[in-house]
Design a protein around this ligand. Sequence first.
Ligand SMILES: NC(=O)c1ccc[n+]([C@@H]2O[C@H](COP(=O)([O-])OP(=O)(O)OC[C@H]3O[C@@H](n4cnc5c(N)ncnc54)[C@H](O)[C@@H]3O)[C@@H](O)[C@H]2O)c1
Ligand SMILES: [Zn+2]
Length: 365
Amino acid sequence: MSHFESATPSSVVRVSLPSKPPFGYDIPIGRGLRHCAGEMIAAVHKPCRALLLTDDTVEVLYADDVTASLAKIGFSVVRHVVPHGEASKSAGTLFSLLEAMAKEHMTRSDLLIALGGGVVGDLGGFASAVYQRGIPFVQIPTTLLAMVDASVGGKTAIDLEAGKNLVGAFHQPSLVICDPDCLSTLPANVFSDGMAEVIKYAFINDKVLFEALLREVHDCMEEIIRLCVEDKRALVETDETDVGARQLLNLGHTVGHAIEACSDFTISHGSAVAEGMVIITRAAVKMGICEAKTLSSLVALLVKYGLPTECPFTAEQLYAVALSDKKRAGGTITLVVPFGVADSRLVTVPVDALEGYIRAGLAED
Ligand SMILES: NC(=O)c1ccc[n+]([C@@H]2O[C@H](COP(=O)([O-])OP(=O)(O)OC[C@H]3O[C@@H](n4cnc5c(N)ncnc54)[C@H](O)[C@@H]3O)[C@@H](O)[C@H]2O)c1
Ligand SMILES: [Zn+2]
């Protein structure tokens, strides 16, 4: 049963986590929901001090709407704004945020609300995981990537100079409020980045989503987001700590991470994942694992949503970097391989075999 009587989300996805109280949380999805944030949050947390964490771009666009809604219901809101961009997922930004929380005398009965993309969500999630050993937090994702991916699943992290997401915690939100109207202000390239993850879900196991993506998505983003959130929910519920089926979410990511690293992070995550999905799918075609039409369907969708399909690096360059990928375990590596549209499976191979996949995936003929 949904908590929300007067605010009207078009759908509510419930993430169940049986291992610890409160055993899960809701993800209401609906246009304009940011204006009802106060009411919705009050249904899961009594009015208190709320630190609203956002970045300098999102603050201008949406922080006033959320603040007004929270204030109306009796929350006392303190705003904390960080510069936009990945550089804010740093130890320095984290500690300034934690000091600000302490200066406000926030306690474990107060709340952090992360309003923004995956950067703000990961930073705010991690700060709330470690401040006083854990306080509640709510996510209001404003990018497509944050709505369909980063805000679901409870992974929080900051970066080190040695690499991305190296310090983090699993910390589940109390609520995730998803307002697709926020997507209207996203730059086209940031929207496309999110579409790479959407296409990923379709190729993992979602035929309905695949069919929807063949049509025009801009008018039905609520439904697209719902399908993706359901997909991630299902994988997260079966595998809360990322040891089994959840690894399917890495489709395109093993090679994608290598592409990002080879480009010194000038190629965006979404573009790198798009290129990574093409490489693994083309390799699967060459190895007789899937049909050529699976690859052409993938390439057509990526092009339709403004994503690149070819990467500028050689197999040697990519393999060298992929070898140091943190997802490698012992002498084997688990790859996510498409066996068809909406049918990807985990395949564990010796680490050396990865080079063969990359080589096969890069060659055009
Ligand atoms: N925790 C997870 O499970 C998980 C999963 C995937 C990605 N991530 C993390 O998410 C981060 C990437 O997230 P992202 O792509 O959302 O990046 P981001 O948070 O940097 O947002 C991208 C840009 O869009 C701007 N923006 C955000 N919302 C906007 C809006 N509605 N209108 C206009 N501009 C807006 C931001 O200011 C920023 O400049 C990475 O750090 C990645 O590691 C985490
Ligand atoms: Zn990703």
